[in-house]
Structure formats: C-alpha cells, structure tokens
Design a protein. Structure first.
Ligand SMILES: Nc1ncnc2c1ncn2[C@@H]1O[C@H](COP(=O)(O)OP(=O)(O)O)[C@@H](O)[C@H]1O
Ligand SMILES: [Mg+2]
Length: 227
C-alpha cells in the first residue's frame, strides 16, 4: 500500500485569545489516501475548519504533526510552504471566495499564474469545460448563480491538479440541485484527478459521497465509518 498522502499524528490545537485557552482539537490521528473522499461531520464548533486549516498547511498544530507527502508542515520554511500551498493543495469554501473583479476564467487561471505555469489559459478553459461553464468564461461572479460560482471555485481549486482538495461546507450555501452538481464534481476530483478530498459538511447528502465519514465532537473523533 502507498504511504498516505496526508496524515495527522496525535494532533492537538489550542487557540489562545485574551488569555483564554481553547482546545479546538485533541489528539487527532488520521491518514488520508489518494483518490478518496473523507467527510468530517459534527456540529458547529467541533473543530472541522480547524482540522482543514491544518490539513491544508494554512495553520499548524500546537502539538503533534501534520504530514503532507511525508513532509512535516511545521518544519517547512515560508518558501516551501508557499510552494506547497500553491501546487499541492486546492481549497473550496462555503461562500466561494471568488475575486469579484476577475472573470470566471481569470479566477480559475489565477493559481496557475501564481505558480508561474505556462499554458494557463488553455488549462483554465479546460477546467471550466469540465464544470460545464465554458460559456461563462467572461462572466463576473455577480453575474453567476451560487451553484455556478461554486463550480467556478471547484475549477479553480483543481486547476493546478493539487494532490489535496480541502472543501469547507462546499454545499452549505446551495440549493439541492446545485449541491448535487457540486458533489458530483468533488467525487470526480477524487476519481478523475486522483485528489485526496477532505470535506467538512453538515449535509447527509454530501457525507454520503464520501468513502469515509469521520464524526467529531468537542475536538475529538467519536466514530469513523467506512463505506
Ligand atoms: N482563530 C480562532 N481563534 C480562537 N478560537 C477559534 C478560532 N477558530 C476557531 N476557534 C474555536 O475553535 C473551536 C472549533 O472551531 P471550528 O474549527 O471553526 O469548528 P467547526 O468548523 O466544526 O464549526 C470553536 O470553539 C471555535 O470557536
Ligand atoms: Mg467550520
């Protein structure tokens, strides 16, 4: 078996604000394989977003380790982290986070431009075709529906073929028809692109596309269910 692409080893995260300590994650160990979808489920405040931020190397554990392709994220320097975030990780958020002054195509192209990749327009167009929005290439976010914006966001997240796709409540702001389209694309991200998809969700329909459901409560894992 291949080594896991993403691994959390005895991860604890403590936030300190105004002299108060809050333990958001406690002693979490989890491994994530390529070409699979894991759903993190549990009520608001249980630590899902905190875990995703650590998994995407946007933040670091207070103790324990996060390994991406065997590299301990907290041991990387700023340049290495920038490369890691730009080339190996893609992010999808509940509120899409598209840049309002860029067209759909430009939003999708942006990660490639930042990574200095050639052929960025061709690849961005190809991804827009994949999400079924080729005809919206020149549209600005305000001209798109929520479902269309999220499909653009998925095209952007996958444009550099990242090994890891982090999705935080990706259907939390969508109607059921748009949710279905978005979930199909997330499944394809794992199936067609071989990404390791880690998704936080409240939705049973979203959790149902995952091969594994990790239930959390108060910063701890309560159950892991595989299907
Ligand atoms: N940046 C932060 N600073 C302080 N506390 C935080 C921060 N982010 C999250 N928390 C707290 O950590 C806990 C877990 O939050 P979060 O990871 O956002 O949970 P979820 O995504 O499951 O709703 C909550 O109690 C939240 O208030
Ligand atoms: Mg959250």
């Amino acid at each position: 078996m291949n080594p896991p692409r993403l691994e959390l080893r005895r991860v604890t995260k403590i936030y300190r604000t105004n002299g108060q300590k809050l333990e958001a994650l406690r002693d979490i160990s989890l491994a994530f394989e390529a070409a699979s979808v894991t759903a993190l489920v549990g009520r608001s405040g249980c630590g899902k977003t905190t875990l995703l931020n650590l998994a995407g190397a946007m933040d670091f554990p207070t103790s324990g380790e996060v390994l991406i392709d065997g590299a301990v994220t907290s041991a990387l320097d700023e340049d290495e982290l920038t490369v890691l975030r730009r080339k190996r990780v893609g992010f999808v958020f509940q509120f899409f986070q598209l840049l309002p002054t860029l067209t759909a195509l430009e939003n999708v192209e942006l990660p490639l431009l930042l990574a200095g990749s050639p052929d960025s327009v061709e690849i961005a167009n190809e991804r827009l075709r994949w999400v079924g929005l080729e005809d919206k290439a020149r549209a600005f976010p305000y001209q798109l529906s929520g479902g269309q914006m999220q499909r653009v966001a998925i095209a952007r997240a996958l444009v550099h073929s990242p090994q890891i796709l982090i999705a935080d409540e990706p259907t939390g702001n969508l109607d059921s028809a748009s949710s279905e389209q978005v979930l199909r694309l997330l499944e394809e991200s794992a199936g067609k692109f071989g990404s390791t998809v880690v998704m936080a969700t409240h939705s049973p329909e979203a959790a149902a596309i995952a091969q594994r459901r990790v239930r959390m409560r108060d910063g701890q894992i309560t159950t892991v269910e595989e299907s």
